[in-house]
Design a protein around this ligand. Structure first.
Ligand SMILES: Nc1nc2c(ncn2[C@@H]2O[C@H](COP(=O)(O)OP(=O)(O)OP(=O)(O)O)[C@@H](O)[C@H]2O)c(=O)[nH]1
Ligand SMILES: [Mg+2]
Length: 300
């Protein structure tokens, strides 16, 4: 079985090649204008964003000796990226009694898959997760979560298509209490952040949880598809207004050349990344580790 690290390394290979290829070609054992501008172009192409790129280029211009090794160059870049990503690392910590994790995001970002993967991960951590199909918009969505739950050996609470998502969550919380589940993972329908009634529906789900547990869902997680790059920033802002986001799950880090966007996204939003996804399988998820991410991005 391929390890998660190997998947991350492979997944980021396109970003890494786009970043290191042009740089290697321009590198001749010395710091010069050509090297600095190739570095700038490569970082921008990897969607690292102008601010972050500016910081890296400045550090390299200031700190790299006139005659230098490839390793010295990489270490400098690594240091800047790591310093910026460290703050985005946060382990999930849940109380032992009932917790609720709410997953939101635009259509197709990977919510349903991530709910199942996180449930699977929590189960291995010794928790008793319950999955909730609060995407009642499409019959296929309910079926999809049922199948994923079955594959993971996890129970799924669902009602008929068209049911009120707030009512589904209400019933799921009652069921969780009665049957001793300690983490409830709520899958929601994909929605454009610009569709107001749908965004209000998320607020309603949040209020149902507040009413029943005395507080909001412990985590309100925006699931973002890494291939959209920096567009994740504008997506996040309106979801944040609707539910008050606490973190991100970044999916589809396999096969994107824009993996660098993770940096400006977390910097702008000030939200931690709780998990990263690198494939469609249940195992293709791990808590975010800044050092692993930067190593996979730069060193492979
Ligand atoms: N390669 C890859 N594919 C993924 C990953 N996560 C999800 N997918 C795939 O992306 C597609 C959409 O995933 P879903 O989980 O259905 O996304 P969603 O956000 O629930 O979609 P809607 O409910 O329609 O809004 C599926 O084909 C998933 O298998 C990932 O980390 N890597
Ligand atoms: Mg879904």
């Amino acid at each position: 079985m391929t390890s998660f690290w190997e998947k991350l390394r492979q997944g980021l290979s396109r970003t890494r090649e786009g970043l290191l290829g042009p740089l290697r070609a321009a590198f001749q054992g010395e710091k010069n204008e050509e090297l600095l501008s190739r570095l700038e172009e490569a970082l921008l192409a990897a969607d690292v964003g102008p601010e972050e790129t500016g910081r890296v280029v400045q550090a390299v211009a200031e700190k790299l000796p006139a005659r230098c090794t490839w390793e010295e160059l990489l270490s400098l870049v690594e240091g800047v990226l790591l310093a910026d990503l460290r703050g985005a690392e946060r382990a999930l910590s849940l109380p032992s009694e009932l917790s609720v994790l709410l997953f939101v995001g635009v259509n197709g970002s990977g919510k349903t898959t991530t709910v199942a993967k996180v449930g699977h991960w929590l189960q291995r951590e010794g928790r008793r997760p319950l999955l909730v199909a609060a995407d009642t918009f499409r019959a296929a969505a309910i079926e999809q979560l049922r199948e994923l739950g079955e594959a993971a050996g996890l129970p799924v609470v669902a009602q008929k298509p068209g049911a009120d998502p707030g009512a589904v969550v209400h019933d799921a919380l009652e069921h969780a209490r009665a049957s001793g589940y300690d983490v409830v993972l709520v899958d929601t329908a994909g929605r454009l952040q610009t569709k107001r009634p749908l965004m209000e529906e998320l607020g309603k789900i949040r209020r149902v949880v507040e009413k029943m547990t005395g507080g909001p869902p412990q985590e309100r997680i925006l699931v973002v598809d890494a291939t959209v790059g920096q567009n994740a920033i504008s997506q996040a802002q309106l979801f944040h207004e609707a539910v008050g986001l606490t973190g991100l799950a970044v999916t589809k880090l396999d096969g994107t050349a824009r993996g660098g966007a993770v940096l400006p996204v977390v910097r702008t939003l000030g939200l931690p990344i709780l998990w990263v996804g690198t494939g469609k399988d249940l195992e293709d998820l791990a808590p975010f580790r800044a050092a692993d991410f930067v190593r996979a991005l730069l060193r492979g």
